[in-house]
Design a protein. Structure first.
Length: 421
């Protein structure tokens, strides 16, 4: 529900944002006339416009904008007389399409369409209610960390490609350690097979020891493989360019790894400041990263979702059922917050080997013929219902209590002997 009725605002504003300027459409509460304006995206210009608008109309002033976060939103949140109503970009696009079937688009008109939605469909829009500083900080931190992880994947893939052209052996020697600091340092020190084969055995042993790799069997296997390795090519026209590329990539990868470590330390410090963190830190398979992401996924506004089903739909976990005549079909949701869905799905996958019932449920889905992703999404669907209850009641999840509840209901997911044990 909106905190104020549609006729309690002194003026209504639609803003179409851009990197360098923002187009504005404004209408006073007691008038049908609309005015158009454009302001530069500069702190002083935004402040000048906000204060002038407040001086002219008083407050509060309702503002429709096509996003819930970003520079213009952060700038407008400074003023307590402005009430921001985020509009989903797809909603505005569909609204525009209804009046502009040709697909024509211009910024002032988008600002006016935002204003139309605000005036004619106030019950469909919710005012932006900022969460606490801790939660908002954590929200940006976990998203930025994930962006760095994506960068790590891209750089690692590029590094794999470069090494495959002239020096594929390290990809076998390190296997699951590719993308680690040890791997980066190894390639930086010995960027070609010729160089590593010249290294003394004691030098290699010292290198691995310095990187806390003390398992004698793995160490001996690597040393033997290095000694027996045969070059893929002897062509310097191939080796020199790709070895240089590999060196550049490991330098970039090291910076990314350091960045991820810094973000993880900051996330750990910020997350423990929030009282709800205890609800997520002990979840099966959560760990520091997923516990923080799950805390952000639920947030702290417990009246935001009326039920777990609302969250399941919003996150894109609940499937979509479409009907036409006598036919109906099911597909997954194409429009949803991708990072939110990713959080639930990725964490659900971690619980398969950490939670008894989750593992059983996943295996049941696979036995029914479901593909991996479908089975994990189904598991995430069930987890959201459980976590929603924990979140609403402020009660941490208890695996043994849940298993006993499943047993009482006669669930096929539970082996009575396991529960009793």
């Amino acid at each position: 529900m909106n905190s104020q009725s549609n006729n309690s605002y002194a003026a209504y504003v639609g803003i179409d944002w851009a990197d360098t300027k923002h187009d504005i459409c404004i209408q006073a509460a007691d008038s049908e006339d609309r005015e158009f304006d454009c302001i530069q995206h500069k702190p002083d210009k935004i402040e000048e416009w906000a204060l002038a608008t407040h001086k002219r109309f008083g407050g509060p002033i309702a503002i429709a904008v096509e996003l819930s976060k970003g520079p213009i939103v952060y700038a407008l949140q400074k003023y307590d007389f402005l009430v921001i109503f985020p509009i989903h970009p797809l909603t505005l696009a569909k609204y525009r399409q209804a009046f502009r079937p040709s697909g024509a688009k211009d910024d002032p008109t988008d600002a006016e369409f935002g204003l139309d939605l605000l005036l004619h469909h106030p019950d469909r829009l919710q005012p932006l209610q900022p969460q606490s500083v801790v939660m908002r900080s954590l929200m940006l931190l976990v998203e930025q960390r994930r962006n760095l992880v994506n960068d790590r994947v891209r750089i690692t893939n590029s590094l794999r490609y470069a090494l495959k052209q002239y020096y594929p052996q390290p990809l076998e020697w390190f296997d699951r350690s590719i993308g680690s600091v040890m791997f980066c340092n190894f390639i930086a020190r010995w960027p070609t097979l010729k160089q590593v084969k010249r290294a003394r055995k004691n030098t290699l042993i010292t290198f691995f020891s310095d990187h806390r790799m003390h398992r004698s069997q793995i160490l001996e296997t690597r040393l033997t493989a290095i000694k027996a390795a045969q070059p893929l090519t002897l062509d310097e026209a191939v080796i020199n360019p790709y070895s240089l590329q590999a060196l550049v990539l490991v330098d970039r990868l090291r910076v990314i790894l350091q960045g991820i470590e810094k973000f993880e330390k900051e996330i750990a410090e910020v997350a423990k400041q929030h009282e709800d963190f205890v609800l997520f830190e002990s979840l099966p398979g959560a760990g520091p990263a997923y516990a923080s992401r799950l805390l952000v996924a639920f947030g702290e506004q417990r009246d935001r979702y009326a039920s777990a089903a609302e969250l399941q739909k919003y996150a894109g976990i609940a499937p979509v059922i479409e009907r036409s005549g006598k036919k109906n079909w099911v597909h997954w949701r194409y429009q949803c917050p991708k990072f939110l869905r990713q959080t639930f799905v990725e964490w659900a996958a971690q619980t398969i080997n950490k939670s008894y019932w989750a593992g059983e449920y996943y295996r049941q889905q696979r036995e029914k013929g479901c593909k991996y992703q479908v089975a994990v999404r189904a598991l995430a669907f069930k987890w959201i219902r459980i976590l929603f209850r924990c979140w609403q009641t402020h009660a941490p999840y208890d695996e043994s209590a849940y298993l006993k509840a499943l047993k009482r209901r006669g669930s096929p997911l539970v082996n009575p002997e396991i529960v009793e044990g």
